[in-house]
Design a protein around this ligand. Structure first.
Ligand code: NAD
Ligand code: DAU
Length: 352
């Protein structure tokens, strides 16, 4: 079959990437989906078991830092479009090892831009480079206000600085070389297949293990939570109908203090595990704050809602419950990702 588009999705074995790959493979048999992933600690082919045999799907084990390999992939597969998600994504790891974030998030992105620019040079307008980014590029909010698309960049962690830089490079390639680009900046995602270094799956896993629940600082930092499939539906509408050259903010309009979120998780876990109310909350332990911890993120996604008629479909208590049930039903997946390397990371991060 000749495919209408041959889309390179980078980071497709990770959390958001795997949901994006699954959705595109199933929904668009007319497209070939080429998933390029280095399978770092965060990448896991078990996230994609249900689509790995699809006719319109191809996995490639490779690194976006490898310039020659990227060029080869564009040529061999005749890539028509890119949806770029591959990244080092965890703020705490960026504090320990900033250089890894610079290399993957900045150099890796520039490698992809170079390959796209050179491979598509005959007709740049027919192709699209879609860059998936984060609300953290805007920095930290006080009690009031929301991040809008024209909020000034003010990244404050090595992770967000590397993502901000990659956004700037994507825009620079549009401005300088005429590459067709789109960027979306999304708030905190949650849902199935999220690696348990991030707050929600970490708390679910620790409650199951009867381990303490580490809350950084006083627990009043605020995040705007979005169910991962709603992020994917936003990526889909932006990819297909968003205006070229534009940025879209994506958010759940679901602001919660970390401690409120952890209480909610504890109460749902007590209920579904048949434990006495209040059992899980006893595991909460306040620990030293994350250095430079951003206080509040909150997204104004009205541009996306008005222009492209997108809205989140699943709100927090319901989405959190669905997520908890998924982790309990998929104990094998969780066991598979919490072996030696994870335990070592955990010890280093939380027990000094
Ligand atoms: P993740 O850490 O779960 O997955 C990242 C994936 O990228 C993994 O499969 C990993 O193997 C792969 N990868 C890492 N380095 C690579 C390299 N050098 N070459 C090829 N592949 C590589 O991340 P995620 O949470 O799914 O985030 C995906 C993207 O979305 C990132 O760009 C992130 O900045 C962005 N984002 C995430 C969130 C969130 O809440 N998780 C919110 C907004 C934006
Ligand atoms: O806003 C989007 C960003 O959300 C994405 O770009 C990042 O890739 C993603 O990791 C996420 O970043 P956060 O730092 O907000 O997510 P994390 O799950 O690490 O932490 C959420 C909040 O919980 C944050 O305020 C720190 C706090 N926290 C986190 C952990 C892991 C704790 O209190 N204890 C913890 O053990």
């Amino acid at each position: 079959m000749t495919h209408l588009k041959r889309i390179l999705i980078t980071g497709g074995a990770g959390f958001i990437g795997s949901h994006t790959v699954r959705s595109f493979v199933r929904k668009y048999p007319q497209y070939k989906i080429i998933n390029l992933d280095a399978l770092t600690y965060a990448g896991n082919l078990a996230n994609l078991r249900d689509v790995e045999d699809a006719e319109n799907y191809q996995f490639i084990h490779g690194d976006i830092k490898d310039e020659d390999r990227i060029k080869e992939i564009f040529e061999n597969y005749g890539i028509t479009d890119v949806i770029h998600l591959a990244a080092e994504s965890h703020v705490d790891r960026s504090i320990t090892d900033p250089l890894a974030f610079l290399k993957t998030n900045i150099l890796g992105t520039v490698n992809l831009l170079q390959a796209a620019r050179s491979f598509w040079k005959e007709d740049l307008k027919r192709h699209l480079f879609y860059h998936v980014s984060t609300d953290e590029v805007y920095g930290s909010l006080g009690e009031e206000g929301l991040f809008k698309e024209d909020t000034s960049y003010d990244p404050k962690s090595p992770y967000s600085a590397s993502k901000a830089s990659s956004d700037h490079f994507v825009r620079a390639y549009a401005n300088t070389y005429g590459l067709s680009i789109k960027i979306s900046n999304c708030s905190n995602n949650y849902g199935p297949y999220q690696f348990p270094e991030k707050l929600i799956p970490l708390v679910i896993n620790n409650i199951q293990q009867g381990q303490s629940l580490p809350i950084y600082g006083d627990g009043t930092n605020i995040r705007d939570w979005l169910y991962v499939e709603d992020h994917v539906s936003a990526i889909d509408v932006i990819f297909h109908r968003g205006n070229v050259g534009e940025t879209y903010n994506v958010g759940g309009n679901q602001e919660l203090q970390n401690i409120e979120l952890v209480y909610l998780l504890c109460d749902i876990m007590d209920e579904v595990l048949g434990q006495l109310a209040g059992t899980a909350r006893k595991l909460i332990t306040y620990v030293e704050d994350r250095p430079g911890h951003d206080k509040r993120y909150a997204i104004d996604s009205s541009k996306l809602e008005k222009e492209l008629n997108w809205k989140p479909s699943l709100l927090a208590p319901e989405g959190i419950r669905r997520t908890v049930l998924w982790y309990l039903d998929n104990a094998q997946w969780l066991e598979g990702v919490t072996t030696g390397a994870y335990r070592q990371y955990y010890k280093q991060q939380y027990q000094g």
